[in-house]
Design a protein around this ligand. Structure first.
Ligand code: PEP
Ligand code: MN
Length: 375
């Protein structure tokens, strides 16, 4: 059960405190509090965990300060969409809005290699009017002898270059809590020239201790990748771990499933699940065509499989695209074979825009139908 307080009855007011004490006095009930800052108001919510069946919903709704009580109908208490749920969803980070209506492309380096390539990339992105990118500093690799990423040493110059070219959010993978501390420290030391969205990779989707640590801080939002060998439900529960620890600023990323049924792609493209995640949860949904497709193969129509997969995700309503680009893919230290080239950058953005227009047209058509059916 979720008890939503009136916008003017935060948890610090007498009314808010009275609601909390009412719930705390019920046996078998544990209330947990959350505050969510939306576009135009801050909502205070109390998550009621335990024997909620015995609670009187109407009585709670009649308490001063209570706007609404939502009975949680699914497993995903915080991230889930529940019947009658009017909560603000999404978040704004470093001036960029992320929700189920927005669309942002995070094109960039799979792995940070050298300042020249990072600067070239950032400059190209700025020329395309982009404010987001991806930059891997900590790389989880299958082979222990493969390049593991530059780690903390590259953070100051990556952040400064990002600031120089107007990049507001960098998606950056972390595999350990110490990485989160290093990123926060480097942002502070460099005067916050940019922002970081912490990425939890597919190999760590069920690293529960990492999820708890990342969920306990709310300064940086989180991009959680779907686990490549587990069910969607298990991956969504991983997102719930983050949210239950207090960090609600989460984006859920589909990145393909590991199975040879996906061959010759690197993974089986799972972007048919974009609408599924959007109706099960409030989370904005990201697609990662690079790690799903894994090649630059071009079909007989002259369009790469990677662009086709991207368009499939965007036309289904994806809110974010994470894609590998490299100024010279043949020199990339990680994942060069799937990285798009600089001369493809403007084409890629145009292709995304074409797919987005098609999604918007589909949305308008659906609204016409649904309005006619309702009246
Ligand atoms: C990545 O995005 O660089 C990455 C390693 O992705 P994944 O965790 O999906 O394999
Ligand atoms: Mn990669």
């Amino acid at each position: 059960m979720i008890v939503i307080l009136h916008p003017d009855s935060s948890l610090d007011t007498d009314e808010g405190k009275a609601v909390l004490s009412y719930l705390s006095n019920k046996s078998g009930i544990t209330p947990r509090t959350h505050s969510i800052t939306g576009t135009d108001r801050t909502l205070s919510e109390i998550y009621v965990i335990g024997d909620v069946g015995a609670l009187d919903q109407a009585e709670i709704e009649s308490l001063p300060g209570v706007e609404k009580v939502v009975r949680v109908s699914r497993e995903y208490r915080v991230i889930g969409r529940h019947a009658g749920d009017v909560r603000d969803a999404g978040f704004t980070y470093n001036g960029v809005r992320f929700d189920q209506h927005s669309l942002h492309v995070f094109a960039g380096l799979c792995a940070v290699d050298n300042p020249t390539n990072v600067e070239t990339m950032m400059k190209l992105l700025q020329e395309q009017g982009q404010v987001c990118t991806r930059m891997g500093a900590y790389k989880p690799r299958t082979n222990p002898y493969s390049f593991q990423g530059h780690g903390a040493t590259c953070l100051p110059w990556v952040f400064e270059l990002a600031g120089k070219y107007g990049i507001r959010v960098i998606a950056m993978e972390v595999t350990h809590d110490s990485h989160v501390q290093e990123i926060r420290q480097a942002l502070k030391d460099t005067g916050h020239p940019t922002g970081v969205m912490l990425q939890i990779g597919t190999r760590n989707t069920q690293n529960f201790e990492l999820l708890k640590e990342v969920g306990r801080q709310s300064e940086l939002p989180v991009l959680l990748k779907r686990g490549f060998g587990i069910t969607l439900d298990e991956s969504l529960n991983a997102a719930e771990y983050l949210a239950s620890e207090g960090n609600r600023n989460i984006i859920f990323c589909l990145r393909g499933m590991k199975t040879n049924m996906g061959d010759p792609h690197r993974n089986l493209v799972d972007f048919g699940h974009v609408p599924v995640v959007r109706h099960l949860t409030h989370l904005p949904v990201c697609i990662d065509p690079s790690h799903s497709v894994g090649t630059r193969n071009v079909g007989p129509d002259g369009i790469s499989d990677l662009m086709h997969a991207t368009a499939q995700g965007v036309i289904a309503g994806a809110n974010m695209v994470l894609v590998d680009f490299h100024p010279r893919p043949e020199e990339a230290l990680v994942d060069g074979p799937q990285a798009l080239r600089p001369d493809e950058l403007s084409w890629f953005f145009e292709d995304v825009a074409i797919a987005r227009r098609a999604y918007e047209a589909r949305l308008a058509r659906a609204q016409t139908h649904n309005t006619a059916t309702e009246s």
